[in-house]
Design a protein around this ligand. Structure first.
Ligand code: ZN
Length: 301
């Protein structure tokens, strides 16, 4: 029988939020049986909690935000994914600002901190979320779909297609034979160069830099545009590589972008409130459709 797990000790992380640019200190703490994952905004008081559940989702534009009353926490998806991928049932996450630090853009910093310590087993069986009837959420406009089917073992399959000559069509899979910590959790977020220009112009990514995102250069860009980006990022001599990625980093997997979307999907679906026993099939999925699917799971459960 699978027992519930929590962490063996507390782990702290500090850094800028990707969208707000605000520095937060976040401490992930052990928590009792049946707690699930709960955030606490320590800057607002000792008892300002926001449960990481789908009904608390308040915004899904470019990241997932949960809110209760006046308290919110945004960009929760990577820590939610890490805790799920590592097998943590219960955790209390203290944070002293509005947004989870982006760190390196993946869940690797969490994994590096927690994985070697192992988990603390708890004296209660894990209560899996079993899907009784298939759930499907579609966005016709975007051509995206998340489908969740009953299954004995969990499996998550994702396909991404941005109509991009650089990325092509990519797929990625998580199931019991795939080690999340090595193959999914390490994969970083990504952004298209032309989007980045728009986001900066509109002051929407205040905490981004080239250490925490893969940048894809889809359309021809001028040297001047690249050098502007160098200045913004404060990194000298950025170049566009022949394969279409900005020269700031080495890909951890050829399909790192699909694996990152899978990381996000795992984190967003954790808002269903626990571990799924289901087959998840997602295409062109994003935070909106992912969290809508999590809501539907909760409605069924
Ligand atoms: Zn992400």
């Amino acid at each position: 029988m699978q027992l519930q797990n929590t962490l063996r000790k507390s782990y702290s992380f500090e850094g800028k939020g990707l969208h707000s640019g605000k520095v937060a200190r976040m401490t992930v703490n052990p928590a009792p049986v049946d707690t699930g994952i709960i955030f606490r905004r320590t800057d607002l008081g000792d008892d300002v909690f926001v449960e990481a559940l789908a009904e608390n989702v308040s915004n899904t534009a470019r990241s997932t935000t949960i809110s209760k009353g006046d308290a919110s926490v945004s960009t929760i998806e990577h820590i939610m994914s890490a805790l799920t991928g590592l097998g943590v049932d219960n955790a209390l996450i203290d944070i002293d600002n509005v947004e989870v630090p982006i760190l390196d853009g993946s869940a690797k910093p969490y994994i590096d901190a927690m994985w070697n310590d192992g988990l603390q087993q708890q004296d209660a069986p894990r209560r899996y979320i079993e899907i009784k009837e298939a759930i499907e959420v579609r966005n016709e406009e975007k051509g995206s779909v998340v489908r969740i089917e009953p299954a004995e073992e969990f499996s998550y399959e994702i396909k991404i297609d941005f109509n991009s000559r650089v990325l092509g069509v990519q797929t990625a899979v998580w199931n019991p034979s795939v080690v999340y910590a090595e193959e999914i959790g390490t994969c970083r977020t990504f952004v298209f160069f032309h989007e980045l220009q728009f986001l900066y112009a509109n002051n929407l990514v205040k905490g981004g830099d080239v250490d925490n995102a893969i940048v894809i250069v889809e359309h021809p860009v001028t040297e001047e545009q690249v050098s502007q980006m160098s200045q913004l990022f404060n990194v000298p001599a950025l170049k566009v590589r022949e394969d279409g990625y900005l020269s700031n980093l080495v890909l951890r997997f050829p399909n790192e972008c699909a694996r990152h979307k899978l990381l996000d999907l795992i984190g967003d679906l954790r808002l269903a409130g626990g571990f799924l026993k289901a087959r998840v099939i997602a295409e062109k999925a994003g935070h909106g459709i992912n969290t809508t699917a999590a809501k539907k799971i909760r409605a069924q459960f």
